[in-house]
Design a protein around this ligand. Sequence first.
Ligand SMILES: *Cc1c(COP(=O)(O)O)cnc(C)c1O
Length: 392
Amino acid sequence: MSAETQFQPETLAVRAGQERSQFGEHAEALYLTSSFVFNNAAQAAARFSGTEAGNVYSRFTNPTVTMFQERLAALEGAEACVSTASGMSAILSTVMALLRAGDHIVAARGIFGASQQLFGTLMPRFGVETSFVAGSAPAAFQSALEPNTKLVFIETPSNPLTEVFDIAALSVIAHEAGALLVVDNCFCSPALQKPLELGADLVVHSATKYLDGQGRVLGGAVCGGKMLVEEVFKFLRTAGPTLSPFNAWVILKGLETLGIRMQAQSANALELARCLEVHPAIGRVFYPGLASHPQHALAMRQQATGGAIVAFEVKGGREAAWQVVDHCRLLSITANLGDVKTTITHPASTTHGRISPEARAESGITEGLLRVAVGLEAVVDIEADLRHGLDR
Ligand SMILES: *Cc1c(COP(=O)(O)O)cnc(C)c1O
């Protein structure tokens, strides 16, 4: 079942991309092989030159990896998808494939820490400069554009404050300047948000998060139009950060439950956010699904739900926030997200600990801020676990 776009997302999630071998297996096969054999010298030559389609070597293509790519492309509504060893290698490969020395990037200030490092520290060594934009106002992106801007990069909702970026408006601004809009769709996944339908040129993913959904393997992907994805693929087959067939197989099975996981985890997150909003020990709650979120209307236009990440400010700064973390018996203290197990993080001392206190304050990451990536446990148990520290 490939390229069957008339099916609903639930159907695509369990069926799209699957290829059967000669054995007629019902489950997706794991082709754990580094290379592929040819029938004769002429076929080897034809496969290498590309005159005959087929697998050569798993740095280039692998049938299990191809199944994953086709399934994710179907879910994102993309013409094509290429997968990578991690989310960061998806972002690196996109930049390396599409930009050259002298080009310029406009990126949101609040993107994932390693993405900030990649754009801010690593890429300048190769002659690619980035302007970081604070906040999500499209006008601020407009004014950051330079004549050599080739790429606008955002993540929505942002981490950890769940600020929502207007994908349609930013795609118009990028395209008028002759630049591409790239959206990191990690927080929503295609189950909740389809950036390509809203005008984005490419979607990048950390498949490590919701696509796997069970915290097992690292992976990444780039989805979009055939020609752009082909450029990223050419970089990957030469440079090598390709997805392993085993990881592709794990994430492929993860995709089967993506829709119901995202719905259930979002419902838990909304219920938790409503409870936290009225707790006397909590100042602000940041969750796009709440009517009190400043961009609630935009979020509800652009996303199917508010997502599964809730951030909130505990009154009393770092000491009070750490007390909540330290009294958790159920929630996992880890910076990872996108798991069916709920995780809790204190961004100021972990994920955002290495940026200067001034920059942290500027981006609104206070000492009392906590981020909860809500999982599939009963929401009463999640709430009770947070109350151990909050009710003190
Ligand atoms: C985790 C993450 C990444 C990086 O993904 P890895 O798989 O860890 O390399 C990129 N973007 C966002 C939003 C993430 O949460």
